[in-house]
Design a protein around this ligand. Sequence first.
Ligand SMILES: [Zn+2]
Length: 337
Amino acid sequence: MNYLELRVPNQALQCMALLSRMPRNHPVRPIIEKDLRSWMKGYYGEKQVEYYLSLLPEEPYYIFHGLRIKDKKYFQMDLLILTMNFGLIVEIKNISGRICFKKGSNSVTRVYENNEEGISNPIEQVKRHKMQFHNWLSKNQIKGYPIEHLVTFSKTSTLIETTPDNTQIFKYIIYGESLITKIKELEMKYPNPHLSKKKLIHLTDALLQAHQPLMLDILQTYNLSFTELYPGVQCPKCKNFHVNYYSGNWHCSYCNHTSKNAHLPAVDDFLLIHQTITRKQFSEFLRIPSSRIAGNLLRALNLPSTGSKRTTQYYLPPGCILSPLKENDMKKGEIYT
Ligand SMILES: [Zn+2]
């Protein structure tokens, strides 16, 4: 059963928020577009693997996508599967081309369209996550629970190569379509339960409590200033920013489209970029002249908040946005590019 569902990563949502509010000819745009494509590629790789996992029965698997917890430093596992008998950490890679693992240096190169580049070794990455997860478990009084690790390439068209003296790496590398077979093999390897169901549920709750999705300081990441972005509500139909609020609706002065909820993506954009919003920022960013109306609209969103009265700061619940992307609206990694 999915305890933490797969979501479009915050970093991709943050890039989309920036791109929807930046001039077409902004010099940083191509860099953000490239990063967005890369985040979305990773997401679609995980989505493919999620499909295979959906074929498993609900029990006895406790599945977490993108769990990010803290040992000494934060670490994020693409996929964590827990059962009473063992745990499995999976690093998912959606990479095109030929991937070569070299024995002596432990380095990995990727060859694609006649270009060769060094990439970070995904086996070392997942081994680090395993060590960090072990530490986290022992701090939480769970000792000796077996943890396995795997690197999964989502596409069977990715060619994986190594030298004949290094073939043991294939114990830890599989294609997404073999994941279920691998899980069944691990079930044979660990026939006895290590945790009771009650303890496993307790562990699941503790992991969800500890989960901290990453939210970058996205303006600093791209060295941008908030004033470089268009403020205002975007027309859901013609994407223009000439939208005003009156008589309980948002009205686009370009295409005459009216909408009750056109402000939701704007609030998401602000919060993805800025993390918190006050009533003053809300009314300025959405260009609502009446602070009473702004206050009413903001309160109606039922966002969690800290502080009181004028200093109240509202934020998005972790891992949630007000206006989720529709799967149909997303082309593979090509949004806003
Ligand atoms: Zn319009």
